[in-house]
Design a protein around this ligand. Structure first.
Ligand code: UD1
Length: 416
């Protein structure tokens, strides 16, 4: 298992470019199953979760080729409707394949997916939505067997605007007969991206980005060339790292409207941000006033995937911040690690109260999941002395050599 050795106390200076969004890429890769043509995807980042998704696609009969940073996928001969258990256990987004496999092959067998350990992460909304579309589902010996021979468009109301359930139902409905409407749909930018990708292949989806999405079934999807949107969580991680460490960083390839919830908080706290085109520049002399409150919410609210990194900034900010984590019940696993580094945090259930201290101190810490890992890397960079961060394979799931990016800005991080 790789670790980081982080020598803290460095500022960050320079220019970084944000890669394509992991969460867009994963949904779009799943949607490739719907296409009978060839799909060219540009700027494919090297994230472990994407590699695992590609392994699953290959196991289903999809031909996968990489030419530099272009992925070429051909799912025309796809014939296997069973997602291998050992691969499904490795990534949560394996469940996103259920809808497209059903649309294409009219049957599928999956197991409960794995992924980051941040809460119970049920899939009841996915399965309930598919049942509305006339999919017959039986669960036996840990396997979920689905029969979509009578797949049919229908109105679906989600009890909660789940990102994954919205995407799964959208994809199942694309090749179904009739019209599907999803009410109380998730509104994340990655869902708009998925709609744009599918429509470019000949799909008829309208309304993504609002709480009602309409999908008119079509017979077939064809070839396409596409570039997914930039990763808003990585852009937010770079912003929070610069605010925490101090420095002058220009972040390129950002859709700043996608992280306005964070930008607003940074501005309110007194940070100097310059937004221009697809670029954000943050000039910081180090932590300023605390945010006061952070409440994670579905988009366009503050993203749960930036809560750990946002919390780290609060540990050294001026004042107290109350953080409420509404999405994932155990997403404060970075807190005990930060306390080892000298942070002043009280956590009760889904609430953390963070009071800023003058300094964090290096310690040996563990990252339990992807974003906790990014957060603890930032903590190591601001701490006095040396931090050993264990289990950094979790970070590689959704960042491309995070240590090299920060080192290019002046950090001192060694992987060993
Ligand atoms: C996606 C993102 C993840 C992000 C999350 C919330 C991907 C690959 N992952 O995850 O990075 O943190 O959105 O923005 O896109 N829920 C249920 N039943 C279900 C499904 C979800 O109760 O069937 C609950 C979850 O436990 C959670 C909430 O709904 O409390 C939100 O989950 P959801 O939006 O589905 O997240 P994911 O799609 O798993």
């Amino acid at each position: 298992m790789d670790r980081f050795e982080i020598c803290g106390g460095t500022t960050l200076n320079g220019v970084v470019k944000v890669p394509c969004a992991k969460n867009s890429y994963l949904a779009i890769l799943a949607a490739c199953v719907l296409s009978s043509g060839e799909v060219y995807l540009h700027n494919c980042p090297k994230f472990d979760d994407i590699e695992k998704m590609l392994q699953i696609l290959s196991s289903l009969g999809c031909r996968v080729k990489r030419e530099e940073n272009i992925l070429i996928l051909n799912c025309s001969q796809i014939n296997n409707c069973v997602i291998p258990k050992e691969l499904a256990k490795k990534i949560r987004s394996s469940i996103f394949l259920l809808g497209p496999i059903l649309g294409r092959l009219k049957k599928a067998v999956v197991t409960y997916p794995g992924g980051c350990d941040i809460g119970s992460r049920p899939i009841d909304l996915h399965l309930k939505g598919l049942k509305y579309l006339n999919v017959k589902i039986t669960e036996k010996f840990g396997l979920i067997e689905c029969d979509a021979s009578s797949l049919m468009g229908e109105n679906v109301h989600l009890d909660y605007p789940s990102v994954g359930a919205t995407e799964n139902i959208m994809m199942a409905a694309v090749l179904a007969k009739g019209v599907t409407k999803i009410f109380n749909a998730a509104k994340e930018p990655e869902i708009v991206d998925l709609q744009n990708f599918i429509n470019k292949m000949g799909g008829k989806i309208y309304g993504a980005g609002t709480d009602t999405i309409t999908i008119i079934g079509v017979d077939k999807l064809s070839s396409v060339e596409y570039t997914p949107i930039p990763d808003r969580i990585i852009a937010g991680t770079y912003l929070l790292a610069t605010a925490s460490c101090g420095g002058d960083v220009t972040i390129k390839n950002v859709e700043y409207e996608h992280i306005y919830s964070l930008i607003t908080k940074l501005k309110y706290s007194g940070y100097d941000l310059n937004l221009k085109g697809d670029t954000i520049r943050l000039v910081s002399k180090g932590p300023k006033n605390a945010f006061g409150s952070i409440e994670t919410l579905p988009y366009p609210g503050f993203p749960t995937d930036l809560q750990p990194q946002g919390l780290v900034l609060q540990t050294v900010s001026n004042g107290t911040t109350i953080i409420r984590e509404n999405l994932f019940e155990t997403r404060f696993k970075h807190v005990p690690e930060l306390i080892k580094m000298g942070a002043n945090i009280i956590t009760r259930d889904r609430m953390s109260i963070v009071t800023g201290v003058k300094k964090l101190y290096g310690a040996e810490v563990y990252c339990s999941d992807l974003r906790a890992g990014a957060a603890l890397t930032i903590a190591g960079m601001i701490a006095e002395g040396k931090t050993i961060l264990n289990d950094v394979h979790n970070i590689d799931r959704g960042y491309e050599s995070l240590e090299e990016v920060f080192n290019s800005l002046g950090a001192n991080i060694k992987r060993f």
